[in-house]
Design a protein around this ligand. Structure first.
Ligand code: FBP
Length: 546
C-alpha cells in the first residue's frame, strides 16, 4: 500500500499509555450498580449481567500470562481512532501471551454471523497504526439481536477458540453487545463480550464515560473547515453560509464547533425541543439576525445547523414517532407501492394532527421521513437537506419583510454538509492516545474474566499519565425506550444538557456573535509542537470537567 509522508511519520507515533495501564495491573471493584431507569424491567431482561460493580485498574503484583484469543468488530459509523483501539487491544493481548491471536470480523457485526474474518498480524496492523478510518476490517450496521445470529456467531467463536468478542460501537451497537453478553452468559458458553464507546456524535457519554472516541478529531476537522469558510465569508462579505453538521440526534458536534469557531448562529436541537419551537419560529429567529446584520451593511454570515434538528421540532418529532410505528406495523404492504401511492397510504393512516404537519412539509423532506429506517430504527437524517429547507424559508420571509418595508439587504445563501469529511480523519493525539488506552482496557477486562462491560478511560482532561481506566457494566447505562413500535432496553443517549457548562458558555456569548463578526479560525489539527496546541481536548470536555 502506498502511503503519504505524513502517514509514514505518524505510523511511528507511540500513543501515550496512562500509568494505570502500564505493567502488571489488577482490578478494584466498586459497589453494585443500577440501570439509569426502569431498574426492574432491565434486571429481568439481563439477570446475568445486571448489577455488576464498576471496576478500576490499579497496580498489580504479577503479570498474568493468560492464553486468550480475541475477536474484534467495528460497528456503525466510522470514527477516528478505531484502528488505535485495535492496536491497543492487539499489543495488550500479545503482551499477555505472544501466542494469543486477534481476529477481526469483516464489515461489522455481520462478519461474525457470516464467519468472515481475518487474523490481524503484526505486519498487517503496522500499516494502520494511528490512521483514521475503519478500512482495516470494515464496518457495518447489521443489528445483532436474534438467537440464530448469536448461535451462528458461536460456531466460529468455538472454531477459532475465541475467549471474548470486543464490539466497538455507539449506543445501539453497545446495546447489542450487552444483549449478546447476556445471552452467552445465560447459556454458560463461557464467551465474554466487551464494548468500546465510539461515535463522532458524542452522545455516548455519562457519569462514567467522559467522551466517545472520534468526537475530538471529527469536531476539530469540521471546525477547521468552518473556520476556513468564515474567513472566506469575512473576505468576500457577500454570502450567508448554511452548514449542516453530522450528529444523528444530539447537537454536541454543532455546539462544539460553535465553541471553536464562534459563528453568527448555531441552532441546538435540544433547545428547540425544550422551547417547543416550530420551523417557522426558527426561520424568524435566523431571518431577524440576517436583517439586523444587513442594517449594519453586513450581508454575510455563518449558520450551523445540527443534522438531527428536524426530529427535535416537536410537531415533526410527533409525526416521526407515528410514522415509525406505522412503517413497523405495515412495512410490507407499503414497500411495494409507488411514490405517490406511498404518500396517499401515509396520509390516510396518520392521525389528524400529524397529517396536518406532514402536509406542510416540502415533498422531499416528507418523502425522506417516510423511507426505510436504518437497522436500528433511526430516520436517516443525514439524507435530509435541512440547511436548504431553512435557507429557502428564510429567503421567503425576507422577501415578505422587504415588501412590508421592514428589511433592506441582499441575501445570497450557500450550503454545505460536513459529516463524511471528518469521520475518517487521521486521529488527533487525544483520540490516538484515548483509543489505544481503551483497547488496552478492553484486553485487561477480558483477562480479568469480565463480560457485559464497556471499557472506559477517565480523567481525560488531565495529563495522559494520570488517566484512569477500568470498565462499566453496560446495563448501568440502560433504560426502556420505544423502538420500531415496541418498548426495548437501550443505552440512554446523552443529549446536550441545557443546564450544562458548554451550553451555558455558548448562550452567554451568542448574541454578540450574531451581531458582530467574532469568528475564530482554528486551523488544522497539529500532531507535533507545543502540547497546548497538539494535545488540547475539545472545549466541551474542558468545560464539562472544569
Ligand atoms: P454512529 O452512531 O454509528 O457512530 O454513526 C453516527 C453517524 O456518523 C451520524 O452522525 C450520521 O447521521 C450517521 O452516522 C450516518 O450514517 P451512515 O454512515 O449509515 O451514512
Amino acid at each position: 500500500m502506498e502511503i503519504s509522508a505524513l502517514q509514514k511519520e505518524r505510523a511511528g507515533y507511540q500513543p501515550k499509555l496512562p500509568k494505570a495501564l502500564q505493567g502488571a495491573v489488577k482490578i478494584k471493584e466498586g459497589e453494585p450498580t443500577q440501570s439509569v431507569d426502569n431498574q426492574e424491567e432491565i434486571k429481568k431482561l439481563f439477570p446475568n449481567t445486571y448489577g455488576m460493580p464498576l471496576v478500576e485498574f490499579i497496580p498489580g503484583d504479577e503479570k498474568n500470562s493468560l492464553e486468550m484469543n480475541v475477536g474484534i468488530i467495528l460497528s456503525g459509523g466510522q470514527a477516528p481512532g478505531g484502528h488505535n483501539v485495535i492496536s491497543g487491544l492487539f499489543d495488550a493481548v500479545k503482551n499477555l501471551n505472544p501466542n494469543n491471536r486477534l481476529y477481526g470480523f469483516l464489515m461489522g457485526p455481520g462478519g461474525l454471523v457470516d464467519h468472515n474474518y481475518i487474523e490481524i498480524t503484526p505486519e498487517f496492523l503496522d500499516e494502520y497504526r494511528n490512521t483514521g478510518g475503519f478500512d482495516m476490517i470494515g464496518s457495518g450496521r447489521t443489528k445483532l439481536e436474534k438467537e440464530e445470529q448469536f448461535e451462528k456467531g458461536l460456531e466460529i467463536i468455538r472454531e477459532l477458540n475465541i475467549k471474548a468478542i470486543v464490539i466497538i460501537g455507539g449506543d445501539d451497537s453497545n446495546t447489542n453487545a450487552c444483549v449478546l453478553a447476556e445471552y452467552y452468559a445465560a447459556k454458560k458458553y463461557g464467551v465474554q463480550v466487551i464494548g468500546c464507546p465510539k461515535t463522532i456524535d458524542g452522545d455516548l457519554k455519562n457519569d462514567q464515560i467522559e467522551t466517545s472516541f472520534g468526537f475530538d478529531t471529527a469536531t476539530k476537522t469540521y471546525s477547521e473547515l468552518i473556520g476556513n469558510i468564515e474567513r472566506d465569508c469575512n473576505s468576500a462579505r457577500k454570502y450567508w453560509h448554511f452548514i449542516k453538521l453530522m450528529g444523528r440526534s444530539a447537537s454536541h458536534i454543532a455546539l462544539e464547533c460553535a465553541l471553536q469557531t464562534q459563528p453568527n448562529i448555531c441552532l441546538i436541537s435540544e433547545e428547540v425541543e425544550a422551547k417547543d419551537q416550530t420551523l417557522n419560529d426558527i426561520v424568524e429567529q435566523i431571518a431577524s439576525a440576517v436583517a439586523s446584520r444587513a442594517a449594519q451593511g453586513q450581508n454575510f454570515g455563518v449558520v450551523l445547523i445540527p443534522e438531527g434538528l428536524i426530529e427535535f421540532i416537536p410537531a415533526i418529532g410527533r409525526l416521526i414517532q407515528e410514522l415509525n410505528d406505522l412503517l413497523a406495523a405495515h412495512g410490507d404492504d407499503y414497500k411495494d407501492l409507488d411514490k405517490a401511492a406511498q404518500r396517499e397510504y401515509i396520509l390516510s393512516h396518520l392521525s389528524e394532527a400529524n397529517k396536518a404537519t406532514f402536509e406542510t412539509l416540502p415533498e422531499g423532506v416528507a418523502r425522506q421521513l417516510s423511507l426505510d429506517r436504518d437497522p436500528h430504527g433511526n430516520v436517516q437524517v443525514s439524507l435530509i437537506e435541512t440547511e436548504k429547507l431553512i435557507s429557502e424559508m428564510i429567503g421567503d420571509k425576507l422577501n415578505q419583510w422587504k415588501k412590508e418595508g421592514k428589511y433592506e439587504g441582499k441575501f445570497s445563501p450557500l450550503h454545505h454538509f460536513f459529516g463524511y469529511e471528518g469521520r475518517c480523519a487521521a486521529p488527533s493525539n487525544f483520540d490516538a492516545d484515548y483509543c489505544y488506552a481503551l483497547g488496552t482496557s478492553a484486553a485487561l477486562l477480558i483477562a480479568n474474566g469480565k463480560t457485559g462491560y464497556m471499557a472506559i478511560v477517565k480523567n481525560t482532561t488531565d495529563k495522559t499519565d494520570n488517566w484512569k481506566a477500568g470498565g462499566v457494566p453496560i446495563t448501568m447505562m440502560m433504560n426502556m425506550e420505544r423502538r420500531n413500535g415496541e418498548m426495548k432496553p437501550v443505552i440512554r443517549k446523552a443529549l446536550v444538557e441545557l443546564e450544562g457548562e458548554p451550553f451555558k458558555f455558548f448562550t452567554a456569548r451568542r448574541d454578540k456573535w450574531a451581531k458582530e463578526t467574532c469568528y475564530i479560525y482554528p486551523g488544522p489539527i497539529q500532531y507535533w509542537g507545543p502540547s497546548d496546541v497538539c494535545d488540547q481536548t475539545t472545549k466541551t470536555l474542558a468545560l464539562e470537567q472544569k
